[in-house]
Design a protein around this ligand. Structure first.
Ligand SMILES: O=c1ccn([C@@H]2O[C@H](COP(=O)(O)OP(=O)(O)O[C@H]3O[C@H](CO)[C@@H](O)[C@H](O)[C@H]3O)[C@@H](O)[C@H]2O)c(=O)[nH]1
Length: 459
């Protein structure tokens, strides 16, 4: 092991799945830990993502990004090494490539000899090779504990749960899922290209790791942490809320001057993160709903990598919409400086997909959250925020297919943005403030990190 010598250095290897929604939390974890004395980090990444990851990591001498070579997989175009470069048809092939990397990772670990390997949900084979090499493994789940509680509800089932069972997960009682949400979850039990399903990967990760690391804390998700702990029967380490470090740089002049024309807290920022795409119907209803509110808005809509964003926008937006909202609403496709935008004083409402980093960024910037969760963990994040923390609202959807209409969007925005002195807006704002304070409390963060490092050393 590398920790010999007087410094008692801990060498950690980070290995997220090839998706920025996964890479970002691993980067945030690395940034929290790299400033801790005696910690050295090696960050494994597909070679085409290295440059971007290096810009996200705090530049300390103790963190190194190590490029990986993805093997050739029939059907996966050369150079496609991240979910952001794939199409829905090829996305599962990234897991095929990942599974073929076992020998490469084994050689790398043999040379690096780290103390701990932090790995992601897809690398089900990792604990086995690490164990052979005497390296301890930490399964770092990038999802909220409520999402993990849902998944672990089905531990011990011989057959996949039915839609009706999925709608009433024992771990979430009394919270239930709608039919369209339960149907979406059938995905995790499906196998593609002969590789293990997400559920089978998760079981192997939970069972094989030495400990589970969750980016949450008792204050945020106490009962779910207890539930997961009971289900997985492994030590659980908590790193606390992973709130991104203060960002650097300024908001570009174009967006700054556009937003600055409007009164404080009046603009709706609407976006769906890095890998969530809306259907044509959803785009239509959402844009008409934003128009109905009468508030200024910045709507960001993205599309899979294999289609042209501006062509898709022209096709999907309602006829005449862009002209009608000119001066008050703007639609954009592509990456934006989300944290700078949410921080802008004119922005007061964030309509989003409930990706967890995004909701945290909304809460700490005093934006009222209106959530339209579209897949997977987003459904649970939204329930946590809207039903347990009561710090935001979810747009009403039809049970069977998840349809929402323009009026549903309008009503949800209205409920948090109009009459802020009346219920429910009043208590939602109070709760948002309470969570903002908690999420920004450095003392709590530092204590969690210190306890986590001690917990790691004790393993
Ligand atoms: O144009 C953009 C889009 C995103 N971001 C940033 O990207 C991050 C997105 O984070 P989040 O909303 O948590 O994740 P996504 O990458 O959108 O979502 C994926 O990953 C999350 C887990 O990390 C899951 O909760 C989601 O379901 C999954 O879609 C945030 O820091 C945003 O500020 C930008 O800066 N600009």
């Amino acid at each position: 092991m590398a920790s010999s010598g007087k410094t008692k250095e801990l060498h950690l290897v980070m290995f997220p799945f090839f998706a920025f929604g996964h890479i970002s939390p691993f980067v945030q974890l690395s940034n929290k830990l790299s400033s801790y004395p005696g910690i050295k980090i090696s960050f494994l990444a597909a070679s085409t993502s290295v440059g971007r990851i290096e810009t996200m990591l705090n530049s300390t001498a103790s963190t190194t990004v190590i490029p990986l070579t993805l093997p050739h997989v029939d059907g996966l175009p050369e150079g496609v090494e991240n979910t952001s470069d794939t199409s829905p048809e090829t996305v599962e092939l990234l897991k095929v490539a990942l599974d073929l990397m076992r020998p490469q990772i084994k050689t790398l670990l043999t040379n690096l000899k780290p103390n701990f390997m932090f790995f992601d949900f897809a690398q089900w084979w990792l604990p086995e090779i690490a164990c052979d090499l005497g390296i301890k493994t930490i399964f770092f789940t990038v999802f909220t504990t409520i999402s993990n509680a849902f998944v672990t509800s089905w531990f011990g089932h011989d057959t996949p749960p039915t839609i009706d069972e999925l709608k009433k997960p024992p771990s979430l009682h009394p919270i239930t899922l709608k039919t369209f949400q339960a149907r979406d979850f059938m995905y995790i039990f499906m196998s593609f290209h002969g590789t293990p399903s997400v559920f089978d990967r998760l079981i192997k990760c939970f069972n094989g790791c030495n400990a589970l690391l969750i980016k949450s804390c008792r204050e945020m998700e106490g009962p779910y942490i207890d539930y997961v702990s009971n289900q997985v029967k492994k030590p659980i380490l908590l790193i606390g809320p992973v709130v991104p470090d203060p960002h650097s740089g300024e908001l570009t002049e174009t967006w700054d001057s556009w937003l600055s024309q409007f009164p404080a807290n009046s603009v709706i920022y609407c976006s769906f993160g890095s890998e969530t795409f809306l259907t044509d119907d959803q785009i239509k209803e959402l844009s008409l709903g934003l128009e109905l509110t009468g508030l200024p808005f910045l709507l960001v809509l993205n599309f899979p990598a294999n289609v042209d964003g501006s062509t898709e926008l022209k096709r999907a937006l309602p006829e005449g919409f862009v002209d009608r909202v000119k001066g008050k609403g703007v639609v954009h496709s592509g990456w934006v400086q989300q944290r700078h935008i949410l921080e802008h004083e004119s922005v007061g409402c964030y309509v989003c997909h409930a990706g967890f980093s995004s909701v945290v960024e909304g809460l700490v910037n005093d934006c009222q959250l209106v959530m339209i969760p579209l897949k997977g963990d987003q459904f649970f994040n939204s329930k946590l925020i809207a039903l347990e923390w009561k710090a935001g609202v979810e747009v009403n959807r039809r049970d069977e297919d998840g349809f929402f209409g323009k009026d549903d969007v309008f009503e949800a925005v209205k409920s948090v943005m109009k009459d802020s002195g009346k219920e429910p807006a009043k208590s939602i704002r109070e709760n948002q403030k309470k969570w903002k304070e908690f999420l920004q409390d450095d003392e709590i963060h530092n204590k969690y990190v210190a306890d986590f490092v001690e917990g790691l050393k004790a393993l």
